[in-house]
Design a binder for this molecule. Structure first.
Ligand code: LMR
Length: 393
């Protein structure tokens, strides 16, 4: 039986982590998987999370089971950051904890499928796991173009996808810091998107994996809030991996917005059943640490300062790369200044990406995506020089 299974290729991004680790060159640069790094190239545990974890260790008196919904205090304490303090939408929203943002996307897609969704429109390029999850759940992926060749979000394509969607379709959008392009919709474009959702009644699935890493906590969800205010129903996937640095602890949340508060019980019971069948209940530790950090004014302030520092540092890297446009012409580096978050796509050929890896010890996804947070004072100039080298005529 099991011998019928054919070998599957390793996940390309996760394979890159191993290749990078095996490279013994001291000046190697990791621009692969989406992990924030400091100016020293480290990915430390947030100070606020360390404090919260210490309190958790001191005060937690049981590790007995919770339920498929996880730590409800964690889910509630995040809500004002996502939906706004005292948002009138809150009575129509119910959330649950998930294993990372991936678990939340999985639940969103599976719940949509259970409600009758058979096709999901997805702007491409996208996070490769999006299409993989859709395929695994058994929902058809219909693609539209996320960005124009000019490096802007392709508003006509997304509006076309929403307007052409059928009654059993949903549309999945990145809330902010688009992965892999860094190209987000502008406020005007979000207005048009919200209006299109409202006109058509198509279900939006909104994936927020990088809140606070683009323009600011509120700014990064302004578009999502705009959509939510305009539509009757929506599904929202949320990740704390990056903005709380909890990557391997797998901390995420899934929120369902219903037409009426009275419908939430039935909707959430379906999500709970799906979670129970998939992972029973999410890992507790990281979510509990976030709950403790966000329930304490002092720790919240420390966390916000850390997040502000991360965002400013990435902005400086982006500005330096943008200023290097003439040093490595043809890559559109100047556009990086107006993009957001960890990622940018460089129009490099396969050969150039291989040369960067083999000749310069620079690791990036095969798509040409770079994690700008992998660059810092000690390696940015080397990276720019390597780009100039592989692109020279
Ligand atoms: C990434 O795109 O690098 C991250 O979201 C990590 C992952 O799980 O793929």
């Amino acid at each position: 039986m099991l011998d019928k299974l054919e070998a599957q290729p390793a996940d390309a991004l996760l394979a890159l982590i191993k290749m990078y680790a095996a490279d013994e060159r001291a000046d190697k640069i990791d621009l692969g998987v989406g992990v924030y790094r400091t100016n020293d190239g480290a990915t430390p545990v947030f100070r606020a999370i360390k404090q919260a974890e210490q309190r958790l260790i001191d005060e937690q008196d049981s590790k007995s089971y919770l339920g498929p919904e996880g730590d409800t205090g964690f889910v509630e304490v995040l809500q004002p950051y996502i939906f706004g303090e005292s948002s009138p939408l809150l009575p129509r929203i119910e959330g649950m904890q998930t294993p990372g943002g991936t678990g939340a996307v999985r639940l969103a897609v599976a719940l949509a499928a259970k409600a009758g969704v058979t096709r999901i429109h997805l702007g491409t390029p996208s996070w490769p796991n999006h299409a993989q999850i859709l395929g695994d759940v058994g929902v058809e992926t219909v693609t539209f173009s996320h960005a124009t060749s000019g490096g802007e979000a392709d508003i006509d394509a997304v509006l076309g996808a929403i307007r052409s969607a059928g009654p059993s379709d949903a549309v999945l959008l990145h809330g902010c810091c688009h992965n892999p392009t860094g190209i987000d919709y502008t406020a005007d474009q979000w207005n048009a998107i919200a209006a299109a959702f409202a006109e058509t009644g198509v279900l939006p699935i909104l994936d927020i994996a990088y809140q606070g890493l683009g323009l600011g906590m509120d700014e990064d969800v302004a578009g999502v809030r705009n959509v939510l205010e305009a539509v009757p129903e929506a599904l929202i996937a949320y990740s704390c991996d990056k903005n709380f640095g909890l990557y391997r602890d797998r901390v995420g949340a899934f929120y369902m917005m219903a037409k009426e508060p009275g419908q939430l019980g039935a909707i959430a019971s379906n999500a709970n059943a799906l979670a129970r069948a998939n992972w029973s209940m999410p890992p507790d530790h990281g979510g509990a640490a976030v709950r403790i950090a966000l329930s304490d004014e002092g720790m919240t302030k420390v966390w916000q300062d850390e997040l502000d520092d991360m965002r400013s540092r990435m902005r400086r890297v982006r500005d330096r790369l943008a200023a290097a446009d003439n040093e490595a012409p043809g890559l559109g580096l100047s556009a990086l200044a107006s993009q957001n978050g960890l990622f940018a796509m460089l129009p490099l050929s396969k050969e150039q990406i291989v040369s960067l890896r083999e000749d310069h010890a620079i690791y990036m996804a095969g798509s040409g995506r770079i994690n700008v947070a992998g660059l810092h004072a000690g390696n940015t100039e080397k990276f720019i020089a390597a780009l100039a080298d592989v692109t020279k005529g």
